[in-house]
Design a protein around this ligand. Structure first.
Ligand code: SF4
Length: 217
């Protein structure tokens, strides 16, 4: 007896998508374990199943409370059922969207910031770096990120403070070389360092001028 046939007890039926179930000759118990490792094993079968969405749709409609169905755990099905009205789940495309969203992290492990950077940047002459990824801000783990923020975070290992601007010495408008970028905090530090250097230079100049004066008398 398969996982699927158990949920829909033996009854004469016409051939349908259930005949393509990856679990059709599987041990039913496999899909009803509760330890995370065993749940993931069952999900692994579903992720390779050609009728995963149809199976998920059926389980959502029947209100299956236990086990893995259509790649979804009990908690994931509960979340979907809270989010969608039952009539919306009659549409297979809606089910696909709901399932894909629920399983995104499992089916498509998120790329890292470094992956995005490597994929969307290219070298420019003079040590500058160009960006050919999404224009403006884009979503990463649901958080909007700009190319400059991405560059800054990868290079500095932390998020920027305030607005990121090109350093004055970088003349290339589209450059995202993180070493050519400064956030608010770094601009303030730079300005203070420049002011201190100017004060020191003025003091040294004054000292040199004093030294050069002929002694009175
Ligand atoms: S999605 Fe999983 S539970 Fe559903 S039919 Fe396929 S293998 Fe069986």
């Amino acid at each position: 007896m398969t996982h699927y046939n158990e949920a829909i007890p033996a009854a004469p039926r016409k051939p349908d998508w259930r005949d393509k179930a990856a679990c059709r000759s599987d041990n039913t118990d496999r899909f009803f374990h509760t330890t995370p490792t065993r749940v993931q094993e069952a999900k692994g079968t579903c992720f390779g199943c050609p009728v995963m969405y149809q199976c998920a749709q059926g389980a959502l409609h029947r209100g299956e409370e236990n086990g893995v169905w259509g790649g979804l755990s009990e908690g994931q099905r509960t979340t979907i059922r809270k989010k969608y009205k039952i009539h919306q789940l009659q549409n297979l495309d809606t089910v696909k969207t709901a399932v894909d969203n629920a399983l995104r992290a499992e089916l498509h492990p998120e790329r890292t910031l470094r992956d995005l950077w490597d994929q969307h940047t290219h070298p420019l002459p003079g040590g500058h770096i160009g960006w050919h990824g999404p224009v403006g801000s884009f979503s990463f783990h649901g958080i909007p990120v700009t190319p400059k923020q991405l560059a800054f975070q990868i290079d500095r290992g932390h998020k920027a403070t305030g607005i990121i601007r090109r350093a004055p010495e970088c003349p290339v408008v589209e450059c995202v070389n993180p070493r050519h970028l400064l956030d608010n905090q770094e601009r303030i530090q730079r300005r203070r360092a420049a002011e201190e250097a100017a004060v020191q230079a003025a003091a040294q100049e004054q000292h040199a001028a004093d030294e050069a004066l002929p002694e009175a008398g």
